[in-house]
Ligand binder design. Structure first.
Ligand code: HEM
Length: 321
C-alpha cells in the first residue's frame, strides 16, 4: 500500500501538537464539570453551558476541537500503519523495553476512547445538536411578549386556561364584529391571530408554573421534553431553548451502570494520558535529561488531576453528595 510520503517525525510533531491541544481541552472540560457538584439548582453549570452554547468564539472552537480530534485519530492511525509497513518482518523477540503499558497500548486505548466519546456524545453533545432527545430548559424572559403577557395576566385573574381566555376573547369579538368598520375588523383579526399563536407558549408557561418546573431563581423553565422544545423552536425561533445538562448529568449519574461505564472511560483515558503527556514533550523537543524527571512528574500530576476530577462527578453525584 502506498501512503503519501511525509517524514515520520513531521507526522509525530503534528500528533504532539494536536494532542497538546486536547490535553488543554481535557483540563478545561474537567474543571467546568466540577460545577455539576454544586447544589445550586444548576445555576453555575447552566450559566457555563449557556455561554458555551451561545458564544460564537466558542462555536468556532467547537468546530476546531472536533476537527482536531478527527485529525488526531487519523494521524495516529496513519503513523501506526506507516510504521508497520516500514518494518514488514516482525522482530524475532518481543521488545523488553520498560515503556509504560500505556505506550504499547496507545492505539488500542485510543480506539476505546473513540468509542467512549461516541457514547458520551450520545449522552450529551448530540442532544445539543438535536440528534438525540433529552431534557431542555428555556429562559422565561425569552418567551415573554405582549400577547403572552396579556393572556397570562387574564388567565391569572380569571382562573381560566390560556386557551379558554383566547376562546372567550374570540366569542366577544364575534358578538361585536358587525358593529365595527372593516378596517377595525381586519385589525381585530390580526390581533386575534397573534393571541392564538401565543396560546401554546402561554399554556406551556402556565403548566410549568403549576408543575413547579421553574428554577429556584424563577428565571428558567426546566424539564421541557422534546415535543415542548420542538413547539418552542417553531413558535419562538430565537428563544434559545437549550439542553438542561446539569439535570441530565445528575439524572444519568444516579444509575450505577452509567457511573461504572464512565469510570471505565476515565480509566482508559488514564492509560492513554500516562504516555501522551511525556511523549508530546519529547516529540516537541521540550525535554532533556535534566528536565525529564520534572516532565514525568508533571505528566503524572496532570493525569491524576484530570482523571480524578472527571471521576469525582459521577461518584459524588451517585453518592448524593
Ligand atoms: C464526568 C464526566 C463528563 C461529563 C459530565 C461531561 C459532560 C459533557 C457535556 C454536558 C457536554 C456538552 C457541552 C456543550 O456542548 O455545551 C460535553 C461535550 C464534550 N465532551 Fe464531555 N463530559 C465528561 C467527560 C468527558 C471526557 C472524559 C471527554 C474526553 C475524553 C469528553 C469530551 C467531550 C467532548 C469532545 C465534547 C464536545 C465538545 C464540547 O461541546 O465542548 N467529556 N461533555
Amino acid at each position: 500500500m502506498d501512503l503519501p510520503k511525509i517524514h515520520s517525525i513531521t507526522k509525530k510533531l503534528f500528533v504532539a501538537l494536536v494532542g497538546s491541544f486536547l490535553l488543554a481541552f481535557l483540563l478545561f472540560h474537567m474543571t467546568a464539570n466540577l460545577f455539576i457538584l454544586r447544589h445550586d439548582d444548576g445555576a453555575w453549570y447552566s450559566a457555563f453551558c449557556h455561554f458555551m452554547g451561545t458564544n460564537w468564539v466558542v462555536k468556532i472552537f467547537e468546530f476546531v476541537l472536533l476537527g482536531v480530534i478527527a485529525l488526531h485519530i487519523l494521524l495516529t492511525l496513519w503513523l501506526a500503519v506507516t510504521n508497520r509497513l516500514a518494518r514488514p518482518v516482525r522482530y524475532h523477540e518481543a521488545s523488553r523495553s520498560k515503556t509504560h503499558g500505556g505506550s504499547k497500548l496507545m492505539v488500542w486505548t485510543g480506539i476505546l476512547i473513540f468509542v467512549c466519546i461516541g457514547i458520551h456524545f450520545y449522552d450529551f453533545y448530540f442532544v445539543k445538536v438535536g440528534l438525540v432527545k433529552g431534557d431542555y430548559m428555556v429562559e422565561v424572559e425569552k418567551l415573554q411578549n405582549e400577547e403572552v403577557n396579556t393572556i397570562m395576566q387574564y388567565s391569572a385573574q380569571s382562573g381560566m386556561s390560556p386557551a379558554d381566555v383566547v376562546a372567550t376573547v374570540e366569542n366577544q369579538m364575534a358578538m361585536y364584529a358587525d358593529q365595527i368598520s372593516p378596517d377595525q375588523q381586519a385589525e381585530m383579526h390580526d390581533n386575534l391571530d397573534k393571541l392564538r399563536n401565543a396560546v401554546p407558549v402561554a399554556e406551556l408557561m402556565s403548566t410549568a408554573m403549576m408543575e413547579k418546573r421553574l428554577s429556584e431563581d424563577g428565571k428558567w423553565i426546566r424539564h421541557l421534553d422534546y415535543e415542548e422544545r420542538t413547539m418552542l423552536k417553531e413558535s419562538v425561533p430565537d428563544c434559545g431553548v437549550e439542553p438542561d445538562f446539569y439535570y441530565m448529568a445528575r439524572e444519568k449519574f444516579s444509575h450505577w451502570h452509567i457511573v461504572v461505564g464512565y469510570l471505565f472511560f476515565f480509566f482508559v483515558i488514564f492509560m492513554h494520558l500516562r504516555h501522551a503527556f511525556p511523549s508530546a514533550f519529547q516529540t516537541l523537543g521540550l525535554n532533556n535529561y535534566k528536565y525529564n524527571p520534572i516532565i514525568e512528574a508533571l505528566g503524572k500530576i496532570y493525569t491524576w488531576i484530570v482523571v480524578l476530577g472527571f471521576a469525582a462527578v459521577p461518584i459524588l453525584v451517585y453518592l448524593g453528595l
